[in-house]
Write a protein that binds this ligand. Structure first.
Ligand SMILES: [Fe+2]
Length: 228
């Protein structure tokens, strides 16, 4: 992706979140130069991957296969087994109509995906077979505390306010419908390095062509700016 495209996506997303009265923490707006001055007191942001995360999953076509994310809070899988520290994560995401997040499951993370407002959110679910493919068996899920049974691959529509609980080994792909949709995620600790199983191989973070200066740093930029 071009940096200019990422900057524009951030601007549009920031306006959309404010329109829905969803506000980001201060570190969202630190400049690249400010990041260079930050010390060890900010290590949690960097090591737990908090911040802007715009990805086309390596597709080269963000509009068709992509996702806007901002991670607001997160723990670390390294401390998670001892039940110390943060055992939870929260993200805010945006999907455009027809903009798909590739089919994937998580080995460990259980996550609630929430329609926070805007358009409809469509989710497609499959159980995983033992060899990691799509099973055709029916899918049991909880939608806002109510157990439901769906056919494999059935398109489940969440309206604003509704949420679904996605458990480990449950393949999911989602996209906005009719209008841009604001999506919340409340989950166990998130680890994008080890806990994502994509059905088809993807690049979790984009390859960036630097055609202008970054408006704000992405999670994947910290290594180039933050000296701790
Ligand atoms: Fe997921």
């Amino acid at each position: 992706m071009k940096r200019s495209q990422i900057n524009q996506i951030i601007k549009t997303a920031d306006q959309f979140m404010r329109k829905h009265q969803f506000y980001l923490p201060p570190f969202a707006y630190w400049s690249a130069n400010e990041w260079k001055q930050k010390g060890p007191e900010c290590a949690e942001i960097v090591s737990n991957g908090l911040g802007w995360d715009i990805t086309d999953f390596g597709s080269g076509n963000f509009e068709a296969t992509g996702l806007f994310l901002f991670t607001l809070r997160n723990g670390s899988l390294s401390t998670s087994p001892s039940l110390t520290g943060k055992q939870y994560a929260e993200k805010i995401m945006i999907s455009e109509p027809g903009q798909r997040t590739p089919m994937h499951f998580h080995w460990h993370k259980t996550e609630d995906i929430i329609n926070r407002g805007g358009g409809k959110l469509v989710i497609e679910l499959y159980n995983a077979t033992p060899d990691g493919l799509l099973d055709q068996t029916k899918v049991h899920v909880s939608i806002d505390g109510v157990e439901k049974l769906f056919d494999a691959g059935e398109q489940i529509v969440l309206h604003p306010g509704e949420s679904i609980t996605l458990t480990p080994f449950l393949y999911h792909s989602f996209w906005g419908s009719e209008e841009r949709v604001l999506i919340g995620e409340v989950s166990m600790v998130n680890d994008d390095e080890t806990d994502n199983r994509f059905l088809d191989p993807v690049g979790r973070f984009p390859v960036i062509a630097e055609d202008e200066a970054p408006l704000f740093l992405l999670v994947s930029d910290y290594a180039n700016y933050y000296r701790g």
